[in-house]
Ligand binder design. Sequence first.
Ligand SMILES: Cc1cc2nc3c(=O)[nH]c(=O)nc-3n(C[C@H](O)[C@H](O)[C@H](O)COP(=O)(O)OP(=O)(O)OC[C@H]3O[C@@H](n4cnc5c(N)ncnc54)[C@H](O)[C@@H]3O)c2cc1C
Ligand code: FES
Length: 485
Amino acid sequence: MTVSSVQALCLRETLAGNDDDLARRFFATVAGAIDDAWLVTRLFDQAMPHVGADRAQRALSRLARIAMAVGSRDALVSRRIARVAGLLDRPSALTSPAVVTRALGAGLGAGLDRMRPARDARPGGFDPLPPGPARGFHALAVSSVTREGTDRVLLEFAVPLRLTERFRFAAGQHVVIRGVVGGRTIRRSYSLYTAPGDGRVRIAVKRQPGGAFSGFAVDRLRVGTVLHVSEPTGGFGVPHAGGHHAAVAAGSGITPILSIAEDVLRADPAATFTLHYGSRDEPGIMLEHRVSALAARFPGRLRVTHHLSRAGRLPAATDDVAYRHGRLGPATVADVEADRWFLCGPEALSRAVADALTARGVPHDRLRVEFFDTRDPAPATGPADAAPARVTLTGYGDDLVFTMPGDRHVLPAAVREREDLPYSCLGGSCGTCLYTVEHGEVVMDPDPLLAISADDLAAGRVLACRTRPASAEVVLRFSPGPSAR
Ligand SMILES: Cc1cc2nc3c(=O)[nH]c(=O)nc-3n(C[C@H](O)[C@H](O)[C@H](O)COP(=O)(O)OP(=O)(O)OC[C@H]3O[C@@H](n4cnc5c(N)ncnc54)[C@H](O)[C@@H]3O)c2cc1C
Ligand code: FES
């Protein structure tokens, strides 16, 4: 999505008058509804000569307000209004029965929304429209919203035909959602929970108490809402391999594991999978129906044990799905043997299980770990008196050259200079920020569970979010791995 900043500025000046926010909202609605740089640019080009006249400006303002009201609820209606506003279509395009019906539905929904106490209406609530474009992100309308209880939601995105290739994914990959909270651009990662190949892009979000995006998603998201979503990224899954696989997942950590399990079982009729899955109680089991359906689809090959931490009645077991009371931990898998291990969920649990497996002699290359809670990544460990470094990040748009303290991680410092760089978790878990060291010296945190492979390390790559400069000049070239296209 690119509309030149000059155009945005012109539009702001021409349209806004006293209502400075109108231009932004109109611009954002149109840009959010049409994910096509050239079309949006053409729309603005055509709209601008007409907005000088008072009558045209008033008409445009009215259309903008309608587009704003329904645009966040129904992408089709919003797109139609935007095209009329941009003089690409005649106004009669809005009177077709299909558009009128959908607009009425969206308008009614928008009215109801206003009456409902809005949990994210407080200052600092999530705004799905980021301030500008970032490479690899696309405006996608939510095409399906399924709520699971009061704290989870399953979302599907409508991927336009021309983006199908870009949204092809490997099992275990995730997308990143970009928006604004309290004036600050934020990014949040969500794993795709289905197996690759069915052409559908689906995520499941679990509410974190007080969480900015998850609260918005669970309470507010509607079909038609447009979100800025990255192309799939990350290297948590592995290329197909037979043998026995085992996974330990807790809470929303089930999402990439489901994708990997389905992929592995589908690809190789001899492969088997053992899943230990921790939840609070039965109603709190995320994607339970999908887990059970998968076990039923691969009888004798996928064995699931649910671990429920809260006391209560245990559901009846089936041949392949068992329920136990108690918390997940290293002891849970003490007697499980597997060729490959996948651990996903809160960092403390995954680390404890990984340590126990390593102590048992499971080699590092058979163990994949992904942490979901990286909001407060470990601070850099460099000496406080380390000299400042001049860092150049290259290979992603224009070179970024900046000076930073030598005791800090590179990426958080770089993102303050340029927010559109590739990153997501900032905690070494998502694998998005792979760079090759081209010049100078750096030190990456010595953590064996970072999302970087031995091959990448051997090739001189680092995760910039967990790397600090160790010489006065450092040049890093962005070089995503094969899985993080
Ligand atoms: C690779 C990857 C894949 C993921 N996949 C999924 C998935 O499939 N499904 C899923 O639900 N999640 C997933 N996550 C987690 C997800 O990215 C978000 O971290 C999660 O949804 C919380 O985001 P949020 O904006 O709602 O919460 P945030 O606003 O980030 O807050 C998270 C928690 O921290 C607390 N908090 C926030 N700021 C502060 C502060 N300053 N001080 C103290 N506490 C604070 C909040 O109260 C909240 O409880 C994944 C994460 C990664 C890295
Ligand atoms: S941003 Fe996630 S690993 Fe660096």
